[in-house]
Design a protein around this ligand. Structure first.
Ligand code: PMP
Length: 474
């Protein structure tokens, strides 16, 4: 009968599913073994070439057996991500070094922090006043997940002003385009988690701040990395980008001025990337939290000026900004996103369900901070002059790097072949200086990132770094 047919098919499906789970176990075990071997050999986890080979084999098989390619490739992306997860333990990042440095400090050691990603100066004085008056002002209730109106209006004004003189005018921007978030990191998380689906692909250009990759992995999204090099001035080729795109590609991440390199692209490259994104209908997630550490600075070293992705007026772009760096408000946890209202709606729904709203008192403080343009200009001048000091010392001691156009970091390597920056940073930490090993930013084991802190600590930290480098190779 029909009923017994169904029963039989159900049994078959159960068997197949359990068989697939067993195969997944076998596959995961092998991946783990490969991971351990790679770790011993000092190799990176992801091997894009191997993945491409397998992807091509799957595509070919789909044609032979008449299976929908997109579904199969999403399933394959799930498998790739599982392999990455079991292989990713134990990488050193700026955070893990920071935590070790803190431990040493608790034992009474003095540490010069050149690994941290935060300015060491105080927030603008408007912030102090705002903190004093916010209680009496009555801020502190539940509110809209997108933010308080006063702050949204002020951000609109602020962003509008920065667009003066560009093709994109302030009239193209409305309050519906903006939402306040507890930091740019959360805005990045919201964008990646709500706009993409498991099995989709996201393109990240490395070296890169690690959170884009981590957010994607967390949401079951496949990361395609484009590796850039010092030799090509940290610029990707258009071929590299085109080759990374397939039918599951949904987003490309840009972060300029870049953490860790401080670079931004010549306009032509950025224009081409946006063109490619439009052609393939990709989201562009542009993390511009270092924008203020570019515009107000002197002529950038590469002779190009920074152009916000907002200026392209592309419907599928998301721009993230923050009060953390330019206003020195890292621990206040506040930033914002600018995007099309349909995107903002999606992001604010997840924000509502996970947070209800961003802390109202902190929003009021941020509102007052926005009125301190002079302080931001001053901060960016300070950062620029520190970067100049850092660049000069780094040149004097023979480090190899591209001069940063902005942000607050130097990403460098030494002239020594096969230099292991992770081991070096461990050794250096024991001599009182913390730096961020390059492996935290992708496949850059020879590199390290140094933050432009105040001049006296910078000079002392770099002196110790130089002496340790010499000792290593004597
Ligand atoms: N984006 C980049 C590129 C960063 O370097 C950082 C902080 N290191 C963030 C975002 C996080 O910013 P926030 O403090 O606003 O979450």
């Amino acid at each position: 009968s029909k009923m017994s047919d169904i029963e039989e098919h159900r049994k078959k499906i159960e068997e197949i599913t359990l068989e697939m789970i067993k195969l997944l176990k076998t596959r995961t075990d092998i991946a783990k073994q490969i991971g351990d071997t790679k770790a011993n050999l000092g190799m990176t986890v992801t091997d894009e070439e191997r993945e491409d080979t397998l992807r091509n084999q799957v595509t070919k098989l789909c044609k032979e057996i008449d299976l929908d390619q997109s579904t199969a490739l999403k399933f394959l992306n799930f498998l790739f991500n599982e392999s990455v997860k079991v292989q990713s333990d134990g990488k050193q990042t700026h955070l893990s070094v920071f935590l070790k440095a803190k431990e040493l400090e608790e034992q009474g050691k003095e540490i010069i922090h050149l690994e941290v990603g935060e300015p060491d100066f105080k927030p603008p004085k408007e912030v102090k006043t705002a903190l004093e008056e916010v209680y009496d002002k009555g801020y502190g209730k539940y509110g809209s997940p997108k933010g308080i109106t006063e702050l949204l209006d002020e951000i609109l004004l602020h962003e509008g002003e920065s667009l003066i003189g560009t093709g994109f005018t302030s009239e193209d921007l409305e309050v519906e385009n903006i939402m306040v978030c507890p930091g740019a990191r959360f805005a990045v998380y919201l964008a990646i988690s709500t706009l993409l689906n498991p099995g989709d692909e996201i393109i990240v250009i490395e070296p890169s701040w690690p959170a884009y990759k981590d957010c994607a992995l967390n949401a079951g999204i496949k990361v395609r990395t484009i590796k850039t090099t010092l030799e090509t001035k940290w610029e990707p080729s258009i071929d590299q980008i085109n080759n990374a795109i397939n039918e599951n590609t949904k987003m490309i991440v840009l972060n300029y001025p870049n953490n860790p390199t401080g670079k931004y692209f010549p306009e032509k490259i950025q224009d081409s990337i946006i063109e490619i994104a439009k052609k393939h209908d990709l989201y562009v997630l542009s993390d511009e939290i270092y924008a203020e550490f570019a515009e107000h600075t002197n002529i950038p070293t590469s002779g190009v000026s920074f152009k916000s992705v907002l200026e392209y007026n592309y419907k599928k772009s998301i721009i993230t900004k923050s009060f953390s760096k330019s206003y020195a408000m890292t621990g206040y946890r506040i930033g914002y996103a600018v995007a099309d209202p349909s995107i903002i709606d999606k992001m604010s729904k997840l924000q509502a369900l996970s947070l209800t709203n961003v802390s109202e008192p902190i929003q009021y403080v941020a509102l007052q901070a926005l009125k301190s343009e002079e302080a931001v200009a001053e901060n960016s001048k300070i950062i620029k002059s520190r970067l100049d000091v850092l660049v000069k010392i780094a040149k004097d001691i023979g480090l190899e790097f591209i001069e940063p156009d902005g942000a607050m970091y130097l990403f460098a390597k030494t002239k020594y072949k096969d230099f292991d920056a992770t081991k070096f940073s461990e050794k250096l930490l024991n001599h009182g200086v913390a730096i961020a090993p390059g492996e935290g930013f992708g496949d850059y084991k020879e590199f390290f990132r140094i933050t432009a802190v105040d001049e006296s600590r910078l000079i002392e930290g770099m002196r110790i770094l130089d002496s340790m480098l010499k000792e290593k190779n004597d």
